[in-house]
Design a binder for this molecule. Structure first.
Ligand code: ADP
Ligand code: MG
Length: 289
């Protein structure tokens, strides 16, 4: 038995050595990890097994699904490896070194509309890929979970968090969101507890699009209670005017469509991709003859 004061071993079982912490989210700590045999860097997500007590089989099943889905898409972080110890799960993903979309929005203030449309289109295509594979919804689609693969301005955007939390114990998760989460990106039907599915991701994409265009989120209120009430009522505006005067009606219409309160009337990911704002993909480089 190790004395309690001893730090935990810094080696992920088998063949990785973990380094600095990259971030932490609702239920995981993510660390940089080097594969000893190759010297290659990865991101290792460490999840405490206490969060999935009694649901281990569901989590393992979910991990198998993630592995299959993630290896098939350029904008979804690939799950490379997976280990378990008595206390933790270790998920080894592609390392994204470009930081969170959240931080880029904050640094920029907001995105130019065409750049915002490009990002939203790319993320929506990845969301559609996940929905088409039969996954009901991503628990946590928000700018903290969208990472840039590299530091370059034009680096690929990646969905980095599928929300394994879907299969974690719901009560514990509710508690966790109360402590550290904001309802900001959650769809009205989640609060109404009328049942929810893929449509929550389209709502979240509406909030993300709004955030990209304006630099702030639509349902920000004094308290979480007020924020929740605003979401349920779909109560938001394209204001103050100074942040929206240069944004096209088409973009606003896109946001409005995604933020349809009734999930049955909300577009699917496929339908959203056909909206005029996303449909006319502009070529970035005009070929010169
Ligand atoms: P949680 O499910 O607990 O929210 P996340 O998967 O969102 O955990 O990871 C938490 C944070 O860790 C992210 O917001 C991000 O900053 C960082 N992170 C996650 N995955 C990666 C990755 N593949 N590469 C680099 N950083 C990552
Ligand atoms: Mg997260």
């Amino acid at each position: 038995q190790k004395p309690a004061s001893m730090p935990p071993a810094a080696t992920v079982p088998c063949q990785y050595r973990t380094g600095k912490t990259l971030g932490s989210g609702t239920y995981a700590i993510v660390k940089e990890a080097i594969q000893i045999s190759t010297g290659k860097y990865y991101a290792c997500k460490v999840i405490n097994k206490k969060l999935m007590e009694g649901r281990e089989h569901m989590v393992r099943n979910e991990i198998a699904v993630l592995k299959r889905i993630s290896s098939g898409h350029r904008n979804i972080v690939t799950l490379h490896d997976y280990f378990e110890t008595a206390h933790n799960l270790y998920l080894v993903f592609d390392l994204c070194t470009g930081g969170e979309l959240f931080d880029r929005i904050c640094a920029k203030g907001n995105y130019y509309e065409a750049d915002a449309a490009d990002l939203v289109r790319t993320i929506f295509k990845a969301v559609k890929h996940i929905h088409d594979a039969g996954i009901q919804h991503l628990t946590d689609l928000k700018p903290e979970n969208l990472l840039f693969k590299a530091q370059a301005e034009d680096a690929d955007i990646m969905i980095a968090d599928f929300g394994l939390s879907r299969v974690m114990e719901e009560e514990k998760l509710n508690l966790l969101t109360e402590i550290c989460g904001t309802p900001g990106y959650m769809a009205p039907e989640i609060f109404k507890r009328t049942g929810h599915g893929k449509a929550v991701d389209v709502w979240a994409m509406g909030v993300i699009s709004y955030f990209l265009l304006a630099g702030y989120t639509p349902f920000d209120r004094e308290s979480q209670q007020q924020e929740m009430e605003a979401i349920i009522a779909g109560d938001y505006k394209f204001e103050p005017e100074e942040y929206w005067q240069n944004v096209s009606e088409t973009a606003k219409d896109f946001v409005r469509t995604c933020l349809t309160v009734d999930p049955l009337k909300r577009p699917t990911a496929g339908e959203a991709l056909k909206h005029k704002w996303l449909a006319d993909e502009q070529p970035h480089f005009v070929e010169q003859n």
